[in-house]
Design a protein around this ligand. Structure first.
Ligand code: NAP
Ligand code: GCO
Length: 266
């Protein structure tokens, strides 16, 4: 039954890419709580099985598929399987991503290309695969997981920043090109979030003190803390729901205020 709640995802099929754990898992869990049917993928069967076990433990019914999001043939085949198993994808979250922290002059072109492939080419490939059915169905939602590095640079993350900056503009272009088909494409820009991807930046020092980068982020964040995946779930549900039907091409930063703040005086 259709809900009057504009934040409801009841009856919607949502594919969150790379959502075995981390930010994707949290977003998928929140979408399920809002009524959506959940689809996720991972790059290999072993990783997918871990994700399936995690969703089962959380009591969340899901459909899982092995799919490398950089492989266009695999993505096209997976979309066909999802449409047969679950239905047309109403909500796509391009979450899968990698980072390589290497000074640019020491980074191989192959490593640079791999980051661009996963973090920018894949959102293009997956969005291209789901948009035609969204148009036939009368609309849809695409959410691209951007980053502080969609706006800012820092040492050692040049490939990632180039990808996430491009993802910001891909988001705006999908919004521009497909808005007339009732497709809203927006970005979600997390700040620094406690996940496996940032674990190296938060490791305790041998003397038990906080990692220097950990202390740096605390000083750069008005909220004076790292974000958690739960901090992202409400904004993600908003962007996936009818509540955001007139929001398009927007990057919603969920960063505790980092982008607004010069940083605490040392
Ligand atoms: P994470 O813990 O490293 O998880 C990334 C997920 O993407 C993993 O499940 C990984 O699967 C999957 N993945 C990677 N390459 C893939 C591929 N080719 N095909 C399919 N799946 C693939 O990352 P996270 O911290 O949750 O971040 C999720 C997204 O948020 C990323 O786009 C990241 O750039 C972005 N982000 C993170 C932060 C943060 O502070 N954590 C902040 C801003 C933006 P495997 O386990 O098999 O590798
Ligand atoms: C880094 C971090 C960041 C976060 C995130 C910030 O090395 O600076 O990994 O890039 O992952 O993207 O929004």
């Amino acid at each position: 039954m259709a809900s009057n709640n504009q934040f409801s995802l009841t009856g919607k099929a949502a594919w969150i890419t790379g959502a075995s754990y981390g930010i994707g898992f949290a977003i998928a869990s929140a979408f399920a709580e809002a009524g959506a049917k959940i689809v996720f993928n991972d790059i290999g069967q072993a990783q997918l099985d871990k994700g399936l076990a995690a969703y089962k433990e959380a009591g969340i019914p899901v459909h899982g598929y092995v799919c490398d999001v950089t492989d266009e043939n695999a993505v096209q085949a997976t979309v066909k399987r999802i449409e047969q198993d679950v239905g047309v994808i109403d909500i796509l979250v391009n979450n899968a991503g990698i980072i390589k922290r290497v000074p640019m002059t020491e980074m191989s072109a192959a490593d640079f290309r791999q980051v661009i492939d996963v973090d920018l080419n894949a959102p293009f490939i997956v969005s291209k695969a789901v948009i035609p059915a969204m148009i036939r169905k009368g609309g849809g939602k695409i959410i691209n997981i951007c980053s502080m590095m969609s706006e800012l640079g820092r040492e050692t993350v040049g490939a990632y920043a180039a990808a996430k900056g491009g993802l910001k503009m891909l988001t705006r272009n999908i919004a521009s090109e497909y808005g007339e088909y009732n497709i809203q494409c927006n970005g979600l820009g997390p700040g620094y979030i406690e996940t496996p991807q940032t674990a190296p930046l938060r490791e305790r020092q041998p003397d038990g003190s906080r990692h220097p980068f950990d202390q740096f982020i605390i000083a750069k964040t008005p909220a004076a803390r790292w974000g958690t995946t739960r901090d992202l779930t409400g904004p993600a549900v908003f962007l996936a729901s009818p509540a955001s039907d007139f929001v398009n091409g927007h990057i919603l930063y969920v960063d505790g205020g980092i982008l607004a703040y010069i940083g605490k005086q040392p």
